[in-house]
Write a protein that binds this ligand. Structure first.
Ligand code: HEM
Length: 511
């Protein structure tokens, strides 16, 4: 080609692109965007403080609490896969999660990435496939026997292992990573509740459990699929290299473990979720095949494993730094336990809470909810847009794009939670008399447990578990962070503490 013609064509194409980019950027309301890479450079610069960055972007929109950005500034992609509407406006969240629920599914990117691990289980399906499982599971989650089963698993772990580990650490004056202990504890509990088998990953020897390791590896490899462009992980899968190779191998271990668990429950049913699903029938009246049961169980394990442990980690850290709240939690515990066990402090610590005692702990529940307001276990969630739509605040969302609702930011907006929104103040969850727990009138101001038809099924179980563990620790010990330990957020789909929570335990004398 004539070099002059080539130069002219390139210049014309560049001018056309820049004009197109200018028109695109003019309509975007989020952080500055760059040609081709959109907002990716800023995303990269803020990768270590992603949630605070999103919250500050939303704050700077004033009361709008919604912005739009693009991560691939290329024609055709910029208005679809690369286009993000980020919001924490409660009315928009309600629209996405409830009013136009059918227009905002999890979507193809999410589902394809999670398919190998979760199949079409409740956590990873949409439409009728999701609805059938939801209805079946919802019936089970409301039963008293499931709550009793949870109380039994939690209390057993506290009595036989958590206290043993903490007592020894307090005696030897050695620090523990509380987050690690809690992650092990909730993993054991959710396995017990789901398939009636406690892998005992929390125990004084801190054993490496092959199922737990394989499950972690598979989850991590799956999350990597969401970070990189789809073609990359598909190629790695075909070539069987890197994370895809690890995923395949770990899925094999997970499957073998699940098969053993299913065989055991078939032989000796119990009150766990798997035993309940073994008796259920699908729409055609057939029993669920083994492969489907495996996926159903795995979805519950994923849904219920890390969420309550990270919430508890943030709770303990906040309580350590708010003596007044700690004092009030202890006062409430003393009142409730004196009523049920008498005035002798030794008896308050002999056994973990009973179900009825846990129910009475209103202030503790408020402190847990307040923790989740500021540090929601799932900080950001994503929905795919099926058809063009307009959100209640007037924002147009194109088909094929993504709506991100920032659960983390909702709790940090003055317009939503008031001038003191950054303060840890459990009292905001109580009635004027302070004797009853009162969630906000607008349910979409607090979406740590999601909301609408896909509300978390394990919310009540999670509160029960968190109350039991919180009381078991706080009644026996005062906690202090190891000097120099830095509490930081890990950037992941779950709000882990990046460096764990390293604490010393000081035996408490109650009077
Ligand atoms: C503090 C603890 C917990 C928090 C903050 C939490 C939060 C959430 C959130 C945000 C979702 C929506 C996820 C999404 O669709 O993208 C969800 C769904 C779910 N959660 Fe929880 N969860 C907690 C504990 C649990 C526990 C202990 C269980 C089980 C025993 C559980 C079972 C489920 C299930 C089955 C779903 C899927 C519901 C559906 O898609 O229809 N959760 N949870």
């Amino acid at each position: 080609m004539d070099p002059l013609l080539l130069l002219f064509s390139l210049s014309a194409a560049t001018c056309a692109y820049l004009l197109w980019f200018y028109l695109l950027a003019r309509n975007l309301t989020g952080p500055k965007v760059w040609p081709v890479f959109g907002s990716l450079p800023y995303l990269f610069l803020n990768r270590k403080r992603m949630h605070d960055w999103i919250a500050s972007n939303l704050c700077s929109t004033g009361g709008a609490a919604t912005y739009q950005t693009c991560t691939i500034a290329l024609p055709f992609l910029a208005r679809r896969q690369g286009f993000y509407t980020v919001t924490c406006h409660p009315k928009n969240i309600e629209h996405v999660l409830r009013t136009r629920f059918d227009n905002y599914p999890k979507g193809p990117t999410w589902q394809t990435a999670f398919h190998d691990l979760l199949g079409q289980g409740i956590f990873n399906s949409d439409g009728d496939t999701w609805l059938i499982q939801r209805k079946t599971a919802a019936l089970e989650f409301t039963t008293r026997t499931l709550r009793q089963a949870m109380a039994r698993w939690v209390n057993r772990t506290i009595r036989t292992r958590l206290w043993v580990i903490l007592d020894k650490a307090a005696r030897d004056h050695t620090p523990v990573d509380l987050q690690d202990l809690l992650l092990r504890l909730t993993f054991d509990n959710i396995c017990g509740l789901t398939f009636g088998k406690d892998p005992e990953t929390l125990s004084p020897e801190m054993p490496e459990n092959p199922f737990a390791i394989a499950f972690d590896t598979a989850t991590e490899a799956t999350l990597q699929r969401l970070i990189y462009p789809g073609f990359l992980w598909r190629l790695k899968k075909v070539l069987m290299i890197g994370s895809e190779d690890r995923l395949k191998k770990s899925l094999q271990i997970v499957e073998n473990y699940m098969n053993e668990a299913i065989d055991a429950r078939k032989e000796k049913p119990s009150d766990d979720l798997l035993s309940r699903f073994l008796k259920k029938r699908d729409m055609d009246g057939n029993l669920f095949p083994i492969s489907v049961l495996q996926r159903i169980a795995l979805n519950f394990v994923l849904a219920g494993r890390d969420t309550s442990s990270v919430a508890l980690s943030w709770f303990f850290w906040l309580v350590m730094n708010h003596a007044r709240v700690e004092e009030k939690i202890l006062r409430e515990l003393k009142t409730v336990l004196t009523e049920s066990r008498g005035g002798e402090p030794k008896r308050w610590m002999e056994e973990p809470l009973t179900f009825d005692e846990a129910e009475k702990l209103t202030y503790l529940k408020a402190a847990l909810a307040e923790t989740l307001r500021l540090y929601p276990s799932v900080p950001e969630d994503f929905k795919y847009v099926i058809t063009d739509d307009v959100l209640p605040d007037g924002t147009f969302v194109p088909a094929g794009s993504t709506v991100t609702y920032s659960i983390y930011s909702v709790g940090r907006m003055k317009a939503i939670w008031g001038e003191d929104c950054m303060e840890f103040r459990p009292e905001r969850w109580l009635t004027a008399g302070g004797d009853r727990f009162e969630p906000p009138k607008d349910g979409y101001k607090f979406v740590a447990f999601n909301a609408g038809p896909r509300t978390c099924l394990g919310k009540d179980l999670a509160y029960l578990q968190m109350k039991s563990v919180a009381s078991a620790v706080l009644l026996r010990y005062r906690l202090s962070t190891v000097p120099g330990h830095r509490v930081e957020q890990k950037m992941s789909l779950t709000l882990f503490m990046k460096n764990g929570l390293r604490v010393y335990l000081h035996p408490r004398t109650l009077a």
